[in-house]
Design a protein around this ligand. Structure first.
Ligand SMILES: [Mn+2]
Length: 312
């Protein structure tokens, strides 16, 4: 059976940030979706996420594989950061999916997420590249502890930080009736998975589901920018029927790059902190307690890239 993706996307500044450093991409004719969450002082976060999204779009439009397109996006952000002092240190997550032979091929770096809702069960498809995800995997932190851990904004992989980046690429076989959610951590740090599942299970209309997800994050505090991309997997024949019957203006899904630059307030953006770990080797568990002091408490933590130094 041939499937098709129908998409609703929202990006919201939230209630505490002055600018929106998230970006998303919906390209209907490529059946491509993506979310990026930028970090960096001044305009850096917005530039990083917008550059990554645009470069991904360009690469996918010329037929590159998703891993290559994301690697190229890394090059673009890294090069731009190196060339402009004001942008130094900027970086971004990216989580992208493209419909490929009935599967969603996902490319992923960082702690934005892709979820699959199938038969009422919500499953996280991506692995967060973050300090707390590593600690949870190692049994050193519970999911509940991670939600309030001061290290929760520290990511271990991002685009733009280094000339090389490791990209997770994998396929998820899709079925009609599946719903896929891509989102930035402004949703997942505010709204628990069971509440996300309840919203996207009970709200059939994907546009309203996207609104409700953003609303839920804002009601919970809106501490970060919130971006959600709700993807319905439908039988391609049904999708064609629906498009014929509907107002073309209402269903046209054009490429969108939402970099929200106009909302930015450069003066209030702190410079990101890159925390070097002085002791980690590949052979021992990092003593991450020592890093707590480097992360501000009380306020919602800003995204940091946590650099694991390789042994020399
Ligand atoms: Mn974020």
């Amino acid at each position: 059976m041939t499937v098709r993706l129908l998409v609703a996307a929202r990006s919201d500044v939230g209630r505490l940030r002055s600018g929106n450093e998230d970006a998303f991409l919906v390209v209907d004719d490529l059946q491509l979706v993506a979310v990026a969450d930028g970090m960096g002082g001044h305009q850096g976060g917005e530039v990083a996420s917008a550059t990554a999204i645009e470069t991904l779009h360009t690469g996918m439009a010329r037929g590159d594989a998703i891993g290559l397109a994301i690697t190229t996006a890394n090059d673009a952000v890294f090069t731009q950061a190196a060339a402009d002092l004001a942008l130094r240190g900027m970086g971004t997550t990216i989580t992208a999916g493209i419909l490929t032979d009935g599967s969603l091929r996902i490319g992923h770096v960082g702690d934005s997420r892709a979820y699959l809702l199938r038969a009422g069960e919500l499953r996280q498809l991506t692995t967060d590249h973050s300090v707390v995800a590593e600690l949870i995997a190692a049994g050193q932190l519970t999911e509940d502890e991670a939600l309030v851990d001061p290290r929760r904004a520290m990511i271990t992989r991002a685009l733009g930080i280094d000339a090389l980046v490791e990209v997770d690429v994998f396929d998820v076989l899709l079925e009609p009736g599946d719903r896929v959610l891509l989102c930035s951590d402004g949703l997942t740090t505010m709204v628990r998975d069971h509440a996300i599942a309840e919203i996207i299970t009970s709200e059939h209309d994907r546009e309203r589901a996207a609104d409700e997800l953003v609303n839920a994050a804002n009601i919970a505090g809106g501490a970060d920018n919130i971006t959600v991309v709700v993807v319905d997997v439908v039988d391609a024949a049904d999708a064609a029927d629906a498009a014929d019957a509907a107002d073309p203006d209402a269903t046209a899904e054009v490429p969108v790059v939402d970099d929200a630059t106009a909302e930015a307030d450069a003066d209030t953006e702190p410079v990101p902190v890159v925390v070097d770990d002085p002791v980690v080797t590949d052979d021992e568990d990092p003593d991450l307690e020592a890093l707590r002091a480097a992360v501000e408490d009380g306020e919602p933590p800003r995204r940091h890239w946590w650099q694991r130094r390789s042994r020399s």
